[in-house]
Unconditional design. Structure first.
Length: 149
């Protein structure tokens, strides 16, 4: 055995063991950036799948490079004549009475943004506790669109 100290670092856990607070959390874009962004609010039908969310998103090639697109987490409510109109379930009607809003998962919204071609995709709550997912139009979106033409 050698008395030399080893230069090999000790193994560390690949995940933080102290919980979510040890992980790097995404921060929602600033209020000024959100004011200039394209905001997409999904209805019940658009929120059904990643493909339907993708169809709702604007084409990144049609936006300026680096343009911010935000997808709100809350589904736009449709006021109807009765609680069971438009196929609403009794449970949804009861939850809506208590003020619980229907939402789209972050995974579904972010997957749609990535599949559509947006970059630097993230999700977080803003200062008002609104659940947001966002992505930026790629820098080469305009260049690749003009090369194809």
């Amino acid at each position: 055995m050698s008395d030399r100290s080893s230069s090999v670092p000790t193994p560390r856990a690949s995940r933080p063991t102290s919980g979510v607070s040890a992980r790097t959390a995404a921060r929602a874009p600033s209020a000024a950036a959100r004011a200039a962004a394209t905001t997409v609010v999904l209805g019940e039908a658009e929120a059904a799948s990643v493909a339907s969310i993708m169809a709702t998103l604007p084409d990144p090639a049609s936006l300026p490079a680096g343009a911010l697109v935000i997808v709100a987490g809350e589904i736009a409510s449709v006021r109807s004549a009765g609680p069971l109109a438009l196929g609403r379930s009794l449970a949804r009607s009861v939850l809506s009475v208590f003020g619980r809003a229907r939402t789209v998962t972050r995974a579904r919204r972010c997957s749609a943004l990535v599949a559509r071609g947006y970059v630097d995709v993230g999700a977080a709550e803003d200062d008002a506790h609104a659940d947001l997912a966002w992505g930026y139009a790629p820098e080469t979106a305009k260049a690749s669109a003009s090369e194809e033409a």
